[in-house]
Write a protein that binds this ligand. Structure first.
Ligand code: HEC
Ligand code: HEC
Length: 384
């Protein structure tokens, strides 16, 4: 019964999706198929997604699409956003199974968030074009899976435009919002609002409605009773004043088979890390790097994050490709893994490597953001 209800929702969203699918792919949607599909599974051909992307009314089998969306969500998303979208399984990952999000977010909005990510946060860009594992049709399938959590019908917020006053908005923001979202919409406890990718895909109506209704069950309360519609417009106008063009994606690290400089300090002494430990503090790692100790440092995040910033000397081994990359990673060195979450993805890589017989693997405890904040060396681009 629940399954049937879910299917009806999916059919509804597929139908709704077809109407809005005439004008993409956007620059990033990509018509490439991802490697998201597990081999041997009965999945719709990758071409289905391509045809849809060209606006042809392709026969997407909704049952298969849903199965695929669920599978991919379980592989790439649930450890941060929760199995049922409750959110906060890892720091700051919002509730995706929340009606206040799902009823105002269009399929495009959700897909954009998945393929482009939110640079500067732990939400990676997952599209093939940005080095991630997901093709356009994979992202569509995940959106279909998210839609099964939606209870109320979607509302259109497209017509609402904010023509407020950013100065008044700044005063309101300082009073009502800065404590959680940071003084300038950055570096707060919760979601970065001054985020180029968020502001590029969120309409005024999406922002205004989110501010008015909040997100039930999360710390984001409804401000509709505290602020007048004009004041909400003032705040949205302030958010718009923070909008900048999204960054150009940086050059991506090597794909499997092309790793170089895997070992840091190949001729150095062994590091003074305990042989059997799960986590090692950043300060100790830095001390051993300074001593030119030999080790392998592995960035566990999707490649787009590595390309933007990684620990100097680290190689890119996304948490979902450990087995493939392991053929190029020797077992005779100490291996350290890290991410930004700070543990969700790095622990997956550590455990996968241990499962493959690596004797000495540990996680850099506080992750890359703490490393960077201490002024330790980081760099962007394709090379370690
Ligand atoms: C007590 C903390 C708190 C305060 C105060 C707060 N927010 Fe939020 N806000 C959150 C959280 C947490 C979320 C993410 C909720 C979720 O979806 O899980 C959020 C989400 C949002 C979003 C959606 C962002 C996205 O990525 O979809 C917007 C827009 C927003 N807040 C604007 C505001 C504005 C404007 C104010 C002030 C009027 C404000 N918030 C005040 C905690 C807060
Ligand atoms: C490492 C943790 C992590 C993983 C893995 C992750 N996300 Fe996120 N996601 C986040 C965080 C954190 C944010 C909020 C970023 C911000 O705006 O501050 C977010 C934001 C989002 C948003 C925007 C929500 C909103 O309120 O606007 C969507 C949609 C989303 N993620 C979907 C996904 C999907 C689908 C996957 C799997 C392909 C995924 N995420 C994987 C951490 C994660």
């Amino acid at each position: 019964m629940a399954r049937l209800a879910a299917l009806v929702v999916v059919l509804a969203s597929v139908a709704a999706g077809c109407r809005s699918q005439t004008n993409h792919p956007s620059s990033d949607a990509g018509v490439e198929a991802g490697d998201g599909a597990l081999p041997g599974m009965l999945l719709p051909p990758a071409d289905a997604g391509r045809a849809t992307a060209r606006g042809v009314d392709a026969a997407v089998d909704p049952v298969a699409q849903l199965a695929r969306g669920k599978l991919l969500y379980g592989r790439y998303c649930n450890f941060c956003h929760g199995d049922t979208g409750a959110g906060y399984a890892a720091d700051q990952a919002p509730a995706l199974g929340n009606d206040d999000l799902l009823t105002v977010a269009t399929d495009e909005y959700l897909r954009d968030a998945i393929v482009k990510g939110r640079p500067g946060t732990t939400m990676s860009a997952w599209s093939v074009i940005r080095g991630g594992p997901l093709g356009y049709d994979d992202a569509e399938a995940i959106v279909a899976h998210l839609r099964t959590w939606q209870k109320r019908p979607s509302v259109s917020t497209a017509d609402r435009k904010a023509n407020g006053n950013a100065e008044r908005g700044a005063t309101l923001f300082a009073t009502h919002c800065a404590s959680c979202h940071g003084a300038k919409g950055k570096n707060g406890k919760y979601g970065a609002l001054a985020n180029a990718e968020l502001l590029a895909s969120a309409t005024d109506g999406f922002l205004a409605t989110t501010i008015e209704h909040g997100r039930a069950g999360t710390p984001m309360q409804a401000f509709g009773t505290k602020l007048t519609p004009e004041q909400v417009d003032d705040v949205v106008t302030l958010l718009r004043s923070w909008q900048q063009a999204p960054e150009e994606p940086a050059p991506l690290p090597p794909k499997p088979g092309a790793l170089t400089n895997v070992v840091l300090n190949p001729r150095g002494p062994q590091p003074a890390f305990e042989a059997k430990t799960d986590f090692i503090k950043v300060d100790l790692v830095k001390a051993e790097v300074d001593r030119h100790a030999t080790m392998i440092i592995v960035d566990a995040r999707p490649p787009s994050d590595y390309a933007r910033m990684h620990i100097a000397g680290a190689i890119s081994v996304p948490f979902y490709q450990v087995e493939t990359f392991s053929k190029e990673i020797p077992k005779d060195r100490y291996v350290l893994t890290y991410c930004a979450c700070p543990h969700a993805e790095s622990v997956k890589v550590r455990d996968a490597l241990r499962g493959l017989g690596y004797p000495r693997v540990a996680v850099i405890d506080e992750g890359i953001l703490a490393w960077r904040d201490r002024g330790y060396p980081v760099r962007g681009g394709a090379k370690p």
